[in-house]
Design a protein around this ligand. Structure first.
Ligand code: ADP
Length: 456
């Protein structure tokens, strides 16, 4: 038996005793039943807890997996992600952060892309060539102008070595010097391709925050045209001096001969004076040509040549009239072909001078007895005046330079015929002052056609 007793107090004194008893066998039966109930209770509670945990874990792990997959897609560059909805506040906040990060990356990507396009557009529209190389002398970028200058294709050079892209050794050496130099360097380079080009190169090393060279930028200015103009100017001064010196030397020589007694012999004296007069005329015509050239150039630059509607036929007739006696001397016939009423916006005095110069040359460079044609017409929005001869013609290699001052194919022949070498450049500038152009077609030994094109 198992006994259990409990005193019962009343008024601070034990008033009685509560007593209970149970047999040992009965106690053990109740205890076993209780243990079994407890075990069942624990099993059921454990199972329910497990199921609840599983459900809760699923609810957390699925969005975590989805957020992690979305973050991986963002990392791979796919920025069009959408985050899963979740009840877990912390996960929702992580998801929002990843989405925000993707949006910012996208925005930055757009900005960088736009900046790239802008830079590309700026570089592409530059007249100067720009070449950027890294420290290993590999091309980072080459703009269109640089590609044209060095004869490369701008599209497929990035990452290729300078050696492959640029054939000119001087330019490669310049790039190496720019990479090593602590300051900007400058040099003049000559590129020899189809035509020779003179470049002014400026190279600057690119440095990182620690001052280490990470590459170089080379800017190339095409100076060919300026050098050409410089040469023309230099040649012009030399030519003018030379042209003036020849008649002056001749005048001086004959005057000295006369002073030293040549004047005594009246026959020689007259001959010498005639030569002196001829050389003085020559000096005069050179100076007159130079002055009219400079005047025409001034009004060409200022664009203030006064133009009026005028008849082309009348102009051609007047020029033919001026050349008639010279043509007759050489037994040359001039045929005119021009519709009456053909009008142009012209400065009649100057344009007549241009046509006279062309006719003059056509007569001079034709064999006696030949014929010269002059025609006026309107075609393709232009009024044209063409002078055609059947004379000596001009070889193709002389044609591009024919309109330069003092340029003559055969110097001695031109001088003998009294030419100054300025006639065609005067024609060119008169026509340009009219807003037009001059063209020439010529076959050596067969003849030439010079055409004045004026805007209709
Ligand atoms: P020039 O006073 O020597 O005639 P131009 O400027 O008028 O000077 O002409 C320049 C050169 O062009 C001439 O020296 C000549 O060699 C050549 N030329 C001009 N016109 C003709 C032509 N009609 N036929 C052949 N050669 C010409």
């Amino acid at each position: 038996m198992i006994y259990w007793a409990l005193p019962w107090n009343a008024g601070g004194q034990v008033a009685g005793v509560v007593r209970s008893a149970i047999s040992g066998e009965e106690h053990n039966r109740v205890l076993r039943a209780l243990q079994l109930d407890l075990l069942w209770g624990m099993l059921i509670a454990g199972g329910a807890g497990g199921v609840a945990s599983f459900i809760a874990a699923r609810r957390i792990s699925r969005p975590v997996e989805q957020i992690s997959a979305a973050a991986a897609r963002v990392a791979r560059g796919d920025l069009s992600v959408s985050m899963p909805g979740t009840y877990v506040a912390e996960l929702a906040s992580i998801g929002e952060s990843v989405q925000e990060m993707a949006a910012q990356l996208e925005e930055r990507g757009h900005t960088i892309g736009r900046q790239g396009y802008e830079q590309e557009a700026v570089l592409a529209s530059m007249v100067e060539g720009v070449l950027a190389v890294d420290s290993e002398e590999r091309v980072i970028s080459l703009n269109r102008a640089a590609a044209r200058l060095v004869g490369a294709n701008a599209g497929d050079v990035a990452g290729r070595s300078l050696q492959e892209v640029i054939r000119n050794a001087d330019l490669r050496r310049f790039a190496s010097r720019a990479l090593e130099s602590s300051e900007s360097i400058e040099d003049d380079l000559v590129l020899r391709g189809d035509s020779e080009r003179v470049l002014q190169a400026r190279g600057t090393a690119l440095r990182d925050a620690r001052g280490r060279s990470i590459g170089a930028v080379i800017v190339l200015h095409d100076m060919t045209h300026f050098r050409h103009l410089e040469n023309i100017r230099r040649d012009f001064v030399a030519n003018v001096s030379h042209e003036l010196k020849t008649p002056i030397a001749s005048i001086k020589g004959f005057v000295e001969t006369l002073l030293e007694g040549g004047i005594e012999n009246s026959h020689d004296a007259e001959r010498f004076l005639r030569i002196v007069a001829k050389q003085a005329d020559r000096l005069n015509s050179i100076i007159e040509d130079l002055l009219s050239l400079s005047k025409i150039e001034q009004s060409e630059e200022a664009r203030n040549l006064s133009l009026e509607p005028g008849g082309i036929k009348e102009l051609i007739d007047a020029a033919v009239y001026d050349c008639q006696s010279k043509a007759a001397d050489r037994n040359i016939s001039i045929r005119v072909e021009c519709e009456t009423g053909l009008m142009g916006n012209i400065n009649a005095r100057l344009l007549e001078q241009a046509v006279v110069n062309l006719l003059d040359n056509a007569i001079q460079y034709s064999e006696p007895g030949a014929s010269v044609d002059i025609s006026g017409s309107r075609s393709n929005g232009e009024v044209t005046v063409s002078v055609t001869d059947r004379g000596c013609g001009v070889a193709p290699d002389h044609l591009p330079r024919l309109f330069e001052r003092f340029y003559r194919v055969d110097k001695a022949r031109s001088r003998k015929l009294g030419g100054t070498g300025l006639g065609l450049s005067i024609v060119k500038h008169i026509v340009q002052a009219h807003g037009g152009r001059i063209s020439v077609q010529s076959v050596l030994g067969k003849g030439s056609t010079f055409t004045i094109h004026l805007p209709a």
